[in-house]
Design a protein around this ligand. Structure first.
Ligand code: SF4
Length: 323
C-alpha cells in the first residue's frame, strides 16, 4: 500500500524581520518571528496552531500561503515547493489556497455589494462566466448560513458573526483544498463563536477542506482540530494529536495554557498554573529554552541549552529538558 503525502509540509521554516546584514542594525534588531518550525498537515485534517500573541502563528499562516517571503526552509503543497514557484504559477494555485482573516470587514470594500464581493474572485480567476456568478454566490451564501437577500446588502449592514460568514463564503466559493483561518472567531461573542465553529465543522465534513486553524485559545481548537502545535516565541514547544495534547500535555507551557481552559463540569477542579509576566521581546529572546524566564520548573540547564524538539512517544513531540 502506498502512503499518501501530506497536503501541506512545513519544513524548518524561518521568517526573520529586519536585516542583520545592514551596518546600521544590530543583530538584536532582527525579529525571529518564526525560528525553524516543522509540521505536516494531512489531507482533510484540521491542524490547530496555538500560542499567545507574538508567538509567530500568524506569520506561519501567511508564510505558508506566500503572503510574504520566508528567510529559509520550505513549504510544500502536494509535494510542490511554493516559495520556488513563479508569480504566475502561484496565481494559478491561489484559488486552491485561501486565507480567512480575523476581521473580514477590513478586506471588504464598503461600496461593493456583498454578493459582488464574494463573486469577484471567481471572475478574476476565470472560474465561471458572468451569468453563472449569481447562482454560485447564492449557493455559498446558503452553505454559510446567509440568506439570498444578503446578496445586495453592503458590508456595514452585517453583524460581526455575519461578516465572518461572508469571509468564509469568499474563501470557499473558489473550491479550495486548503484554508488558513487566522483567529477567525476571537473577535466574536462566545455564543456567535460557537455558531462559526459549527460552520467550520460542517465545512470540514461536507467539503473535505484541509484547514490550518490559528488561535490563542485552546478551548476553541479542541472542538475542531485533530492535531495541535503549541508555539512560543517562534518555536514549536509541543505537537501532538488532540487526544494526547489534552489528555497528557507534557510541556510546562502547554500545561499552563490548558490550566486556564474552563471545564464544563463544575465539580471537577483543575489547578490553575499562572505564567508570570509577558511573552519576551522576540527581537531579544531568552537564551537556552525560550520559555525559561516564565517557566515554573526552570533549571540551570534551561538557561543555557536549547532543548531538542523530540518525539517522546509515537507522534508526540516536545521541546523540554525535563520531559
Ligand atoms: Fe521549562 Fe526548562 Fe522545560 Fe524550558 S526546558 S520548558 S525552562 S523545564
Amino acid at each position: 500500500m502506498t502512503e499518501t503525502a501530506p497536503l501541506i509540509e512545513v519544513d524548518h521554516l524561518k521568517k526573520y524581520f529586519g536585516d542583520s546584514s545592514s551596518i546600521f542594525k544590530r543583530n538584536k534588531d532582527v525579529v525571529k518571528a518564526v525560528d525553524g518550525v516543522s509540521f505536516q498537515i494531512e489531507k482533510g485534517e484540521t491542524f490547530g496552531l496555538v500560542g499567545e500573541s507574538g508567538s509567530g502563528k500568524s506569520t506561519i499562516g501567511r508564510s505558508i500561503l506566500r503572503l510574504h517571503s520566508i528567510t529559509s526552509g520550505e513549504v510544500r503543497y502536494n509535494g510542490q515547493s511554493l516559495h520556488h514557484l513563479s508569480k504566475q504559477e502561484m496565481r494559478a494555485l491561489r484559488p486552491k489556497l485561501q486565507f480567512i482573516f480575523q476581521d473580514p470587514f477590513s478586506s471588504l470594500n464598503p461600496r461593493i455589494r456583498i454578493g459582488d464581493a464574494i463573486g469577484e474572485a471567481l471572475l478574476d480567476h476565470g472560474l465561471c462566466s458572468k451569468e453563472e456568478v449569481r447562482g454560485k454566490v447564492l449557493e455559498v451564501l446558503e452553505i454559510c448560513g446567509l440568506a439570498p437577500y444578503h446578496y445586495d446588502r453592503f458590508p456595514h449592514e452585517f453583524s460581526g458573526g455575519q461578516r465572518q460568514r461572508i469571509g468564509i463564503a469568499r474563501a470557499i466559493i473558489l473550491n479550495p483544498d486548503f484554508i488558513v483561518a487566522d483567529e477567525p472567531v476571537s473577535a466574536l461573542d462566545v455564543s456567535i463563536q460557537a455558531q462559526i465553529i459549527n460552520l467550520f465543522s460542517e465545512l470540514q465534513k461536507e467539503k473535505e477542506i484541509t484547514f490550518l486553524f490559528i488561535s490563542h485559545d485552546l478551548s476553541v481548537v479542541e472542538h475542531l482540530c485533530s492535531k495541535i502545535g503549541v508555539l512560543y516565541l517562534g518555536t514549536m514547544m509541543e505537537l501532538a494529536s488532540r487526544d494526547k495534547l489534552y489528555g497528557n500535555p507534557l510541556h510546562p507551557y502547554t500545561k499552563a495554557l490548558l490550566s486556564a481552559v474552563p471545564i464544563p463540569d463544575p465539580t471537577w477542579k483543575r489547578e490553575r498554573i499562572i505564567i508570570k509576566g509577558d511573552i519576551p521581546n522576540p527581537a531579544n529572546p531568552p537564551k537556552g529554552c525560550k520559555f525559561h524566564t516564565r517557566c515554573p520548573l526552570a533549571k540551570d540547564i534551561c538557561r543555557v541549552k536549547v532543548p531538542e524538539f523530540r518525539e517522546v512517544e509515537a507522534n508526540h513531540f516536545v521541546a523540554c529538558h525535563l520531559v
